[in-house]
Design a protein around this ligand. Structure first.
Ligand SMILES: [Zn+2]
Length: 272
């Protein structure tokens, strides 16, 4: 299998399962309970589907390059990425990716401090190495730090060795810099593959995705970012924003509006 994406993995399972079913049917009258497929049923209380994924427009910034399947956090998919938080009514999570960045990370930290909000920063190893004091400041202010690879590589295109290196180096530098090893991993571009998920399991990292994507990295305009977040955030949403990888002034401006509005609407911020 040249492409080990989840989608093709599922397709292969379907084929294997159908093959098994044919084989069994030849010998038994009752349809066998062959290999169970990932649960196709919608989950109860499932939040609305995420906005349509877009295409990558610049070096950094996260947007799923391919369509993703509907969120499924059932037991059948318990090792898959997490799209929602499940911490009660009006609990949501804010995730800030691609930092640390000396221009924008301090501005985001100041806003979070003003509103007493705890966020999750998914940071890039090579930037952590360049700005360790900034990373320590993020941790000191009580935010959670997550592994976002060393170079922001698209891991779905990488082999096992490169995947391991990208993830391991970043966990190690976060540990050395802050004294805490991360427990969450976010794949750049949301590009999950079976190899990436297997490496997460091997390293004790929980794969973290998102459910609200204003595509702030594409600089659609502050008002657009604000509108998307306010229209699509629901209980359990994981919101994706960026403090690195380019000019993030629109992101900062949008957060200045969005954070007090979400608090006014009764939401509170948790970590995944
Ligand atoms: Zn990213």
């Amino acid at each position: 299998m040249t492409d080990d994406s989840i989608a093709s993995g599922v397709s292969r399972r379907v084929l294997l399962s159908l093959g098994g079913l044919t084989l069994v049917s030849a010998f038994a009258a009752t349809p066998a309970s062959a290999t169970p497929l990932p649960s196709p049923q919608p989950q109860p209380q499932q939040p609305p589907p995420r906005p349509a994924p877009g295409r990558e427009g610049e070096m950094l910034g996260d947007s799923h390059p391919l369509g993703v399947t509907a969120p499924d956090e059932s037991a059948a998919n318990r090792h898959g990425p997490q799209y929602y938080v499940h911490k009660g009514p009006h609990a949501i999570a804010l995730t800030i990716d691609d930092g640390p960045d000396p221009r924008y990370t301090p501005q985001v930290l100041a806003l979070l401090h003003r509103y007493g909000i705890t966020a999750t920063f998914c940071q890039i190893g090579q930037e952590i190495r360049r700005h360790p004091a900034l990373v320590r400041e993020v941790a000191a202010q009580g935010h959670l730090l997550a592994n976002h690879t060393w170079t922001h590589a698209d891991l779905a295109r990488e082999g096992r060795t490169a995947i391991r290196e990208e993830i391991t180096r970043t966990s190690e530098i976060l540990d050395r810099t802050t004294g805490t090893r991360p427990v969450l991993f976010r794949a750049p571009y949301g590009a999950w593959s079976s190899r990436v998920l297997a490496e997460c399991r091997a390293q004790g990292l929980r794969p973290l995705d998102w459910s609200v994507d204003p595509r702030d990295w594409s600089r659609p305009g502050t008002a657009d970012i604000v509108r998307t977040i306010l229209r699509t955030t629901r209980t359990g949403s994981i919101i994706l924003e960026h403090d690195g990888g380019g000019n993030r002034s629109q992101t900062v401006a949008a957060l200045r509006t969005v954070l007090p509005r979400l608090l006014d609407e009764g939401y509170h911020f948790v970590t995944p």
